[in-house]
Design a binder for this molecule. Sequence first.
Ligand code: PMP
Length: 452
Amino acid sequence: MTDQRSVEAFARAQTVIPGGVNSPVRAFRAVGGTPRFIARAAVAYLYDVDGNELVDLVCSWGPMLLGHAHPEVLAAVSAAAARGTSYGAPTIAEVDLAAEIVDRTPVEQVRLVNSGTEATMSVLRLARGITGRNKIVKFAGCYHGHVDALLASAGSGVATLAHLPGSRVAGGALPGTPGVTAATTADTIVVPYNDRDAVSEAFATYGDEIAAVITEAAPGNMGVIAPGVADGVAFNAFLAEIAHRHGALFISDEVMTGFRVSRSGQYGLDGIAGDLMTFGKVMGGGFPAAAFGGSAELMSHLAPVGGVYQAGTLSGNPVACAAGLATLRLATADVYARIDSISATLRAEVGAALSAAGVPHVISNAGNMFSVFFVEPDVRVVRNYGEASLQSTSAYAAFFHSMLDSGIYLPPSAYEAWFLSSTHDDGVMDKIVSALPAASAAAARHRAGPHQ
Ligand code: PMP
């Protein structure tokens, strides 16, 4: 498979775009090699600029639930665009999209924005405005977009535990990236995912200062990790309860899971509502659209009704709303049943191929979202970022490149979810499955080799 044109495009891209990409993981740095430049996409396939046909298991990182270039979505988009692309004034399309989201989820009202980052940024402001408190609890390895205050993780050796010696709770976490000031993350408390004792400790220490705990409804950004169940209580239920007991809000970030793992996202699987919730990806149908919502009472704190300011020139853009609405209306029970079923099949096939090649692994899923961790043989489950980071990312890179050589496009990082669409039909699934033995052998060779 040639990638000459992608190589040339990448070289040119790097002269005018930092790293040649507009979002870092696209650069393939986690797996090495040259990112494929995509010329077009249809159903379950990407076509790169060299003319290679690639089965897409990234699906634009989640949005393309119905596959690429769905004719009815395209028709809705074309019709909307023909009526003009932005007005900066209210439209019926926004109301229809908001109503569809309200119908599928526990929220009573939503505000539409342009990206998941904007949704989580705005929801933190709203939570702080409502409670009059400053501190936010987040989980190491949960990604909520590049919101300054949330770009903090306790994962590195520099995690600030100064005033809680020996604790797993990082209060006043250090920024995870240059450019974010310590003042910005001073009110961010980072705890390990699925660690109830650490959450309890955070609330015991800072309880009356905590505005909200924010979590991915089911994490997909440290690889996929399932919210644990302890004594019959799901992790999200535990979080909601402890937040409420301390007068804080529970924020469920469904940007990735929303309208993907079920018609109602992770809420549809575990029934646990966030007081405030964020949505994105699928609800934009491949266009920039996202939302945050909650009860009418909580949302009434938002301008122009309440005092918490939030706005956007392109918010509720009519073309994006048309794409999102068409997508959600086509995302029927059959679509979710199909994706659930092929996800289960693929998980089983990947597991079988890796086992046959003697490659230790954990396949972790939250509904139909899943990822594969190349772990040590004794590891049975991955519960948090610390455990996820023990995986062999280079074994994943070997697996990834073999799959790519066979025409299967996996996420170019071991810390990302695999995504399927309703257009991954039996023929597509057969192509993926037939590529697995060689990729498993590549991972096995890698583990046995000097780079292990
Ligand atoms: N929250 C979650 C759970 C996400 O997965 C993402 C993006 N992967 C975001 C927020 C940020 O969304 P966006 O990239 O649209 O800003």
